[in-house]
Design a protein. Structure first.
Length: 269
């Protein structure tokens, strides 16, 4: 029996994690969500699977996170095998498609772009991990996984020649190094961490960025510069299945790394 907590579980990749994990009745799955207002499909699934436990929280609030840790503890008898941080910010609508030089004279917009992404993709990730760390430490598996993006990888940026999505890229790169820092800090306690890109996945967020045939073709062409085999987005089902395989193989040697859903630093898409 394993216990899992998924942060950001109402839709897309997070929901698919809940769906696949809860299909095994031996798993206890904690779905951490921001609001019940968007949890329709999650509630429907939970109504048919008693091993899903939905907890509404606010990962920007330290006091709410402490309450959340206590709520999880009551469900899992004081431990948590795997924490998956899937919450994210893609940046601001006004500026996420601008390259660095376009912010000359728009410094306030640049700060908003970076700050908004860092808030969710770095600061709140650390707040959440620290609040739930005592539960992870008491578990058998002791794993913490941060869902990142290949766009936050320097060699990938150079290969795809994508100059924009600054807030998202910078904040995900920051999240990657934080996970490496956690890995070296917590190694002696047997806790293993991982930053992992889910691939180019067909989610609402991905569709928002490539919301026209022209935008989709631009994204596709950019990714094909690195990997000519890329034909388009993969399904959430395919992505999560691959990610769970990587999480299952997470050991001390891999701990702290940043990898793709294929478990390497090459096949990002």
């Amino acid at each position: 029996m394993s216990s899992w907590a998924i942060v950001g579980a109402t839709r897309g990749i997070g929901f698919e994690f809940v769906k696949q994990l809860s299909s095994d009745s031996k798993n206890t799955v904690i779905a951490l969500i921001r609001s019940q207002a968007t949890a329709g499909q999650l509630n429907e699934l939970a109504a048919t699977r008693k091993n899903i436990h939905i907890i509404e929280t606010d990962i920007s609030s330290l006091s709410r996170l402490e309450e959340t840790a206590n709520s999880i503890s009551k469900v899992t008898n004081g431990s948590l095998d795997v924490l998956i941080y899937n919450a994210y910010s893609a940046g601001t609508d006004e500026a996420k498609l601008l390259p660095p030089s376009a912010f000359r004279g728009k410094e306030d917009a640049f700060k908003r772009e970076i700050d908004e992404s860092l808030s969710v993709n770095l600061f709140q990730a650390v707040y959440t991990i620290n609040a739930l760390l005592p539960l992870v430490e008491k578990s058998q598996q002791k794993k913490i996984v941060y869902i990142s993006s290949g766009i936050g990888d320097i060699p990938t940026t150079r290969a795809t020649e994508m100059p924009n999505l600054l807030g998202y890229s910078v904040s995900k790169a920051a999240g990657n190094i934080i996970m490496a820092k956690y890995a070296v800090e917590l190694k002696a306690k047997g806790i293993r961490t991982l930053a992992m890109s889910p691939g180019w996945v067909e989610t609402d967020a991905a569709r928002d960025i490539s919301n026209s045939p022209e935008a989709f073709q631009w994204m596709l062409s950019s990714f094909q510069k690195m990997d000519p085999r890329v034909k388009g987005m993969i399904s959430t089902e395919q992505s999560v299945k691959a990610q769970l395989s990587v999480i299952g193989s997470l050991d001390e040697k891999l701990s702290g790394a940043f990898v793709s859903h294929n478990g390497n630093d090459k096949d990002w898409f």
